[in-house]
Design a binder for this molecule. Sequence first.
Ligand SMILES: [Zn+2]
Length: 349
Amino acid sequence: VKSLAAILEKSGRELIIDEIDLPENLKSGQVLVKVITSGICGAQVNEINAVKGPDQFLPHLLGHEGFCEVLDVGPDVSTIRVGDNAIMHWRPGLGIQSETPSYRWKNRALNAGWVTTFNQFAIVSENRLTEILPGGVSKEILPLLGCALTTAFGVIEREAKIAPEDSVLIFGAGGVGLTMIKVLNGMKLKDICVLDITKEKLQLAKKFGATKVIQFNDKASTSNQIKQYFLPGLPRIAIDTTGDVRCIELAYELTCSDGTALLVGVPKLGHNASIYTLPLHFGKRLIGSKGGDSNPHTDIPILVEKLKTKELNFDDFPTHKYSLLKINDALADLREGRTGRMIIDFDMQ
Ligand SMILES: [Zn+2]
């Protein structure tokens, strides 16, 4: 089998769109799928830019959230069958964790992890797939269940433990921030205040349910504007998705005395936040997110149901759609902060 794929050959460069060869036979726990739609998130931009240090796996494939159809299953696979629709996700779920697939490109080995979604045909480890009945939910929203939406849901429900009566402050209206705004909006929260540096993202935040948007300026004036909005109190929950230490400091300083500041964004190495720790002794909490701690096999069916009943309304997602051939344009738009939430649609030319 051959597949069209976006390949990372050198860090920091554009992806190469080319044909790759899939192995003849599936191994224990491996599943062959046809990718229908894939999400793109900041993790892939970081991977391309090798932010965690030199990339040992070049050349390799990418992508970790998708929606697919199962074409074939290898030995020992028990949780998924040929013809099923499934969500492709990066966190391990039910079933076997197989060997990673041995793709070939230009007669050399092409590396890939347990799941990749920037290739039309993919061999995926059973435990990176969760079967769903997609009826009533569009293929354009479903890939978000592989990462963005399950993360946002987990952060809100499990880590921040947000209740409908809480007031919330969110730093950053990128993919994660916008998805959280949507989920909070579905919970009918009264105060969802969102900060970002770009006007376009703040407009999207407003459209998706933010009750107040503030353009991040310097720390002092931004802090004043937030305090003004939440008068006479302070928000119960502040979530940083930016990793910018000024935002982390504000998230901590501006939560109420028994509130929670939750850090989702990770600062660059050496960027240290400075906080006064006394309030931590009196009930304030500062915690680092573990990616929502999501369990794909329990969370994905819950979220599919919420999407079907429109308790979660993602009708205006994604904000942008690209064919695989235009993936480099998509990545450039994501880097420049020009888009909200984007997908690759493999049916597009
Ligand atoms: Zn992701």
